[in-house]
Write a protein of this length. Structure first.
Length: 147
């Protein structure tokens, strides 16, 4: 093989000279292996997922939760019905007060009004002694106008 240990040592030591006091081994030249931190020594990568999941509820806990939600819904419905009854009572009272107020007031009779007089079709509104000249319908000036 091309990279046997003697050639590797020669190449490394020629590129990186080391002091004579250090033993010349390849272990001292190569970087140290990646090591685990002390804080992660006893941990498992899947523990993160375990902490994120919720604990399953027992059948007893589920029944208790359902009972509490049912009671809360009943209380809310009862409060809503109480509010509807209260508004209905107020409206009934207002209706009675308005009926009493209307019965005390005398009705207003409409005032008589004169009827509009319709004009007859055959009469001319222009007095006979006026100076207005009527134009002929077939004249050249009135052809461009709308009737």
């Amino acid at each position: 093989m091309f990279w046997d240990s003697q050639k590797f040592r020669f190449l490394v030591f020629s590129l990186f000279p080391f002091p004579a006091s250090e033993p010349s081994t390849t272990a001292s030249i190569l970087p140290a292996m990646v090591s685990t931190r002390e804080s992660n020594k006893d941990r498992h990568p899947g523990d993160i997922l375990k902490k994120a999941t919720k604990r399953r509820r027992t059948a007893k806990e589920i029944a208790e939760d359902n009972q509490r939600s049912k009671e809360a819904q009943e209380a809310q419905d009862k409060a809503a019905q109480h509010g509807i009854d209260r508004v209905g009572a107020i409206e009934a009272l207002m209706e009675q007060e308005q009926a009493a107020a209307v019965s005390k007031v005398a009705p207003v009779k409409p005032k008589p009004r004169a009827k509009a007089v319709k004009k007859k079709q055959g009469t001319n509104d222009i007095p006979s002694n006026s100076c207005v000249v009527s134009e002929d319908k077939n004249s050249s000036e009135s052809k461009g106008r709308l009737p």
